[in-house]
Design a protein around this ligand. Structure first.
Ligand SMILES: Cc1ncc(COP(=O)(O)O)c(C=O)c1O
Length: 458
């Protein structure tokens, strides 16, 4: 979605990487042509589209995926960080299949809902109560409604580069960002794609990320109109950029001062520590949105927070004024597998993948230095991202400077060598990974960069 048009003067389809890719994936190419007859451009999820055509996954196994042509790839993509236990984890398979046999959705609440809720409340310090739905997008939508209902205000503060899912009001922040050296800190965003009414984003205020001054300026101008400030403690899709301490502290302080609800979107960042990145950073938001890893590989979203805010979701007779809806919300399969998945993700498991994450970041950085490539690796814990720019990255403005062609060539080059990351360079670790997998991504990156350098792509 955020890819600009080619920024190199050469056509990337002329690269050895693209030619090899086409040779290695004939069945996926045929599948793509056939699927395109029935699905726009051959697949439903926009963020999985890439040139020349995607490889279609036939199955997954631990840290690996296997595509239609039989190519095995180490999965450092993890379905945009959701598959923290990889594929086919025996305990998750067991939880899911046992529950499927007992029923996949009921006309009354399932018993495992409160078990997962209790686990999350015990785990994330700021979460006293929680409700479930089916995606991070829904969780954000409900959290924003709670904030609006609680404050009686409409405006929402967001950060440049943010991704909070696919609901209309938060699809902002990616286009036409001011230059990194611009003094402009707070802007009114435009909708991020066609089909959104201007009204969807008319209440959005866009601030520069990792810039405490931007927060101060926004609350100075709009403090009494803002219902919420919605922030990712690690900006995920924007570039795996951790919030700096002063920035996140400023948000907490200013939201308290102006009665604004602070919503931490931990859909990606929850994996950083047992209590999420908020616990790691020592910040206590009012509301937290969660998804991805909390579902044990099944669709899920959750809104959690302090009683004061969560009571807005009570039944009307208990004073509730917002409803969390959805036919499959809190479905028993996601609840049961989610609980097992979160129990498996204990302190030791997190420490292990975080340490592996550091090894990967260090290894990739060594390769970049070896090839004198204009690139860098961001991230923290078990999250990382490769960027083709040498300008130090602190926010989306600097990420926007990266060369998308080199990003795409790296993605394809790695895919040819049995490693999958996202097409934008975003990647993560999963618990089934072992030391040889870390070595594999580093050496595949080394080979990919050698090939790109040989063809003078950088
Ligand atoms: C920070 C953040 N919030 C919300 C979402 C939306 O989650 P979902 O894709 O489950 O709707 C995402 C998805 O990547 C995300 O990264």
């Amino acid at each position: 979605m955020r890819y600009k048009d080619a920024t190199t003067s050469r056509d990337i389809s002329e690269s050895k990487a693209f030619k090899d890719y086409i040779k290695m994936n004939p069945k996926s190419q045929d599948h793509s042509l056939n699927a395109s007859k029935y699905i726009p451009s051959g697949l439903s999820r926009g963020l999985l589209r890439h040139p020349p055509f995607p490889f279609y996954t036939a199955s997954g196994e631990g840290a690996w995926t296997i595509d239609l042509d039989g190519n095995r790839r180490l999965d450092f993509h993890g379905n945009y960080t959701a598959q923290i236990h990889g594929h086919g984890h025996p305990e998750l398979v067991s939880a899911g299949t046992v529950q499927m046999a007992e029923g996949t959705s009921y006309p009354a609440p399932p018993i495992h809902e409160s078990s997962l809720a209790e686990h999350l409340c015990n785990r994330v310090p700021s979460v006293q109560k929680v409700v479930f739905n089916c995606s991070g997008s829904e969780a954000v939508m409900v959290a924003v409604r709670v904030a609006r209902a609680h404050t009686g205000r409409n405006r929402i503060g967001l950060f440049e580069g943010c991704y909070h899912g696919s609901t209309d009001g938060v699809l902002v922040g990616h286009e036409d960002l001011p230059a990194p050296d611009s003094a402009e800190r707070v802007t009114t965003p435009k909708p991020a794609m066609a089909g959104l009414p201007d009204s969807a984003t008319k209440d959005a205020i866009l601030m520069r990320y990792n810039d405490p001054e931007a927060v101060l300026e926004a609350v100075r101008k709009y403090g009494h109109e803002l219902a919420a400030i919605l922030v990712e403690p690690i900006q995920g899709a924007a570039g795996m950029i951790p919030a700096e301490p002063e920035f996140i502290e400023t948000i907490r302080k200013e939201t308290e001062r102006f009665g604004i609800v602070m919503i931490c979107d931990e859909v990606i960042s929850l994996r950083q520590a047992v209590g999420g990145t908020q616990a790691f950073m020592g910040v206590t938001p009012d509301i937290t949105t969660m998804a991805k890893i909390i579902g044990g590989g099944f669709p899920i979203g959750a809104v959690g927070g302090k009683n004061e805010f969560m009571s807005r979701l009570n039944a009307p007779q208990d004073g509730g004024i917002v409803a969390n809806l959805g036919t499959y919300s809190a479905n028993p399969v996601s609840m049961r597998a989610g609980l097992v998945g979160m129990q498996l993700l204990d302190e030791a498991a997190i420490a292990r993948i975080n340490q592996q994450g550091q090894l990967v970041r260090d290894g990739l950085t060594q390769v970049i230095l070896k090839h004198d490539a204009p690139a860098q690796v961001t991230g923290t814990g078990s999250l990382f991202m490769i960027h083709w720019t040498s300008e130090p990255i602190r926010d989306a403005r600097t990420v926007e400077r990266a060369n998308p062609d080199l990003g795409m060539l790296t993605f394809i080059g790695l895919a040819n060598r049995g490693v999958q990351i996202s097409m934008r360079g975003l990647a993560c670790l999963s618990t089934p990974m072992v030391e040889s997998d870390i070595q594999a991504i580093v050496s595949s990156f080394d080979d990919t960069l050698s090939e790109l350098k040989q063809e003078n792509w950088f």
